[in-house]
Design a protein around this ligand. Structure first.
Ligand code: ADE
Ligand code: ZN
Length: 338
């Protein structure tokens, strides 16, 4: 099997995916019509033409605007269901996905509207497609910590359906110390913690997210490689990094995929993984991310296998589930590598 078919067919886990970032232009237009929401675009081509980002903030402005079309639990169900259908087609067997409750409660939706729609699609996908999942709610870091506390309060009755808390939105000007108290409260309530760090921000942000927010996984983490001491520390602790190549390219975090740090991350012993972040905005789901970075860096079968295994190792599956998933992955690799 050639490496392109290998990537397409290998079992995969996705650990960094914002469900609101899977809102494809055609679904945006049809939900706008269904819910009578006006959009500043009249055609799908106009939507796509607007997706030309110079920075994370440029993207976030359109991402929050796009969310306005999501109004009912049924909309969130349709959105999640469409993503999981694509997962099945790409042989993604496990997903750990983010949602941004504050992006919806700030528009007057109940916390449960998004939660109910997303989790009903996740439950159904486990039953009908065999795709397992965890749900992580992110705090929007451009909002005050008090607002994150309110969101945490809303989540407490739903701990059975929300596995962890994350931190996303504008990294510049909103470093980890701002959220120390709410992360501590969330961890004490039993949520695992992750955070976006070192995407547009520095290695110091990653160190603070690890030390002050006590996160179990780093989202992006590109900047880790800028600091040798931190790299050794994160590598020794095997704290996973959820890297997103096409996102980094489209948000100008890297100027060229040939300069993406994922190979350096593997060489440094970091538990790096490949993910799609906001695939509807960045031009590709998980397989396209693998294909693009493999091509740009000429990654070998061995490196692709390592990235594929790392996703299961870095997941929040229990040990038994991890062992079973890794056994399936290894059997696939043994049968299909040269
Ligand atoms: N929200 C959705 N995608 C994001 C990203 N890549 N960085 C920060 N916040 C986000
Ligand atoms: Zn992200």
């Amino acid at each position: 099997m050639d490496i392109t078919s290998f990537i397409a067919n290998m079992p995969k886990a996705e650990l960094h995916l914002h469900i609101e970032g899977t809102l494809e232009p055609d679904m945006m237009m049809s939900l706008a019509e269904r819910n009578n929401v006006s959009l500043p675009y009249s055609t799908i081509d106009e939507v796509r033409a607007a997706y030309n980002f110079a920075s994370l903030q440029d993207f976030l402005d359109l991402y929050y605007q796009g969310m306005n079309v999501l109004q009912t639990a049924f909309d969130f169900y349709d959105l999640t269901n469409a993503y999981l259908t694509r997962c099945f087609a790409q042989n993604v067997t496990h997903v750990e996905i983010f949602f941004d409750p504050q992006g919806h409660t700030s528009r007057g939706l109940a916390f449960e509207t998004a939660l109910d729609g997303i989790t009903s699609a996740l439950d159904e996908a486990e039953r009908s497609l065999g795709i397992t999942s965890k749900l992580i709610m992110c705090f929007l870091r451009h909002l005050p910590e008090d607002a994150a506390f309110e969101t945490l309060e809303s989540a407490l009755p739903h701990k059975d359906r929300i596995f962890g808390v994350g931190l996303d939105s504008s990294e510049k000007d909103h470093p980890p110390p701002k959220f120390m108290r709410v992360f501590k409260a969330a961890r004490e309530a039993g949520f695992i913690a992750v955070a976006h760090a070192g995407e547009e921000g520095s290695a110091a942000n990653v160190a603070d997210a690890v030390d002050l927010l006590e996160i179990s996984r780093i989202d992006h983490g590109n900047a880790v490689l800028d600091d040798v001491v931190l790299t050794d520390r994160i590598s020794a602790a095997q704290i996973p990094l959820t890297m997103c190549p096409l996102s980094n390219l489209r948000l100008c975090v890297v100027d060229d995929l040939a300069n993406h740090p994922v190979r350096l991350a593997l060489q440094a012993g970091l538990l790096a993984t490949i993910n799609s972040d906001d695939p509807a905005y960045f031009g590709g789901y998980i397989s396209e991310n693998f294909h693009a970075v493999q091509l740009a860096l000429n990654l070998s079968f061995e490196e692709i296998c390592q990235l594929g295994r790392n996703a299961y190792l870095g997941s929040f599956m229990n040990d038994e589930q991890k062992a079973a998933a890794l056994a399936l992955f290894d059997a696939f690799a043994a049968d299909n590598t040269p």
